[in-house]
Ligand binder design. Structure first.
Ligand SMILES: Cc1ncc(COP(=O)(O)O)c(C=O)c1O
Length: 389
């Protein structure tokens, strides 16, 4: 046995290299010449001048940091405005801003769970939802992807007095949609709550980008709790929970990632507010992101690539082997296009993939380059694939 405490990490790192699963941090330079098809900046607002100016103005007025947790000094009138505007935008009664989408999920699900609450979670939920389930001290039943019948069976068979069903609305890796109407009906029948993570839907799905919950006619339903991130369509940073007022008051009292975390920094709040105003004024941004995703998907299908019909702004191309996915990503970069690459544990074994983000602000020339990237991916990955069911 080695007495070097880092030896076990080295062994694991070696194994990850062998399995094609080593990760590395690659800083972007400010002059980065690559066409970005990898980010979550779905509406192209992260660098929009109105959003940047709002961030700078908030820093000027309030300072660079929020100076404390929300319940001490961290809450500003800017936070309150963002909460009101976000809630109104998605049709919820109230809102609560957290310092990331990850922390919004951890805070909300842990505060709504507990030993007397069953939590039912979709197998393809985001890591933050999975971690939140673990933190909740609830018994957790993981059901197959989009399996409403399994959710109903778990709720029917429960011995806990309370229950929570948790799901992404647009699943982060495949980009497909949760069966929200069926889940809402099921939670109604079993006196449960439904928590929906709208991270990938806000700004892209539904009328004016109001999200999949609104599109399913569930806006304002007191049994539905929406979580969002401010870091994707809104081009900023942070997260929020949008829900019934009593439920939000419960989170203020009990959500540990709200109480024991420094509040979101004012520049991020100002940027998110400005981005939300842009989105309200320009609802066509959401339409354009979806149209671009449909365009890239049709091009991928024509090349025989395995892509699901996207519900939002991402086209996810299943390649299978992690090394082939990395090679496809590298080939795109050689040709000036940055695409995302997902390998285990972000996706199940054998389902490594590359992902293209169809930003609303892509020009025709950008879209042509994206289609060229798809051709390179087809060539590198070696032929035709089928979409996994
Ligand atoms: C579905 C989903 N939920 C939550 C998050 C976390 O949000 P944030 O990056 O704001 O922490 C992400 C990704 O970042 C996500 O894809």
């Amino acid at each position: 046995m080695s007495d070097d405490p880092l030896e076990r990490l080295r062994l694991r790192a070696r194994q990850r290299v062998e399995d094609g699963l080593r990760r590395s941090v690659t800083p972007r330079d400010v002059t980065d010449p690559l066409l970005d098809l990898a980010s979550n900046d779905y509406l192209g607002l992260a660098r929009d001048h109105r959003v940047r100016q709002a961030a700078a103005a908030a820093a000027d007025q309030w300072g660079a940091g929020s100076t404390g947790s929300r319940l001490v000094t961290g809450s500003t009138t800017l936070h309150a405005r963002l909460e009101d505007d976000l809630a109104r935008f998605v049709g919820a009664a109230a809102g609560l801003v957290f310092s990331s989408g990850y922390l919004a999920n951890l805070g909300a699900i842990a505060a709504l769970g507990g030993p007397d609450v069953l939590v039912v979670s979709d197998a393809f939920n985001h890591a933050s939802v999975i971690d939140a389930c673990r933190l909740s001290r609830s018994r957790v039943v993981v059901v197959d992807h989009r399996a409403v019948d399994q959710v109903a069976a778990a709720l029917r068979a429960r011995h806990e007095p309370h229950a929570l069903v948790v799901t992404d609305s647009v699943f982060s890796v495949d980009g497909d949609l949760a069966p929200l109407a069926g889940l809402a009906e099921t939670v109604r029948q079993h006196d449960a709550l439904l928590v929906v993570d709208e991270a990938h839907a806000l700004g892209v799905v539904g009328d004016g980008g109001r999200g999949a919950v609104a599109a399913a006619g569930l806006a304002g339903d007191p049994a539905v709790v929406v979580t969002v991130t401010l870091s994707k369509s809104l081009g900023s940073q942070g997260g929020a929970v949008l829900a019934d007022s009593e439920l939000i008051a419960h989170l203020v009292d009990t959500a540990r990632t709200f109480i024991f975390d420094t509040a979101l920094a004012p520049p991020a709040v100002g940027a998110a507010l400005a981005a939300l105003h842009v989105l309200r004024a320009e609802p066509e941004l959401a339409v354009r992101a979806r149209q671009h995703a449909a365009h890239l998907t049709r091009a991928a299908w024509a090349l025989g690539l395995a892509v699901r019909e996207p519900a939002a702004a991402v086209a996810s191309i299943v390649i299978g082997d992690p090394r082939a996915a990395v090679a496809a990503q590298a080939r795109c970069a050689e040709h000036g296009v940055r695409v995302g690459c997902f390998r285990p544990p972000s996706v199940p074994d054998g389902l490594s993939r590359v992902r293209l983000t169809a930003r609303a602000d892509l020009s025709q020339d950008d879209l042509d380059r994206a289609v060229h990237a798809l051709q390179l991916i087809g060539g590198t990955a070696g032929g035709r694939h089928t979409v996994p069911t």
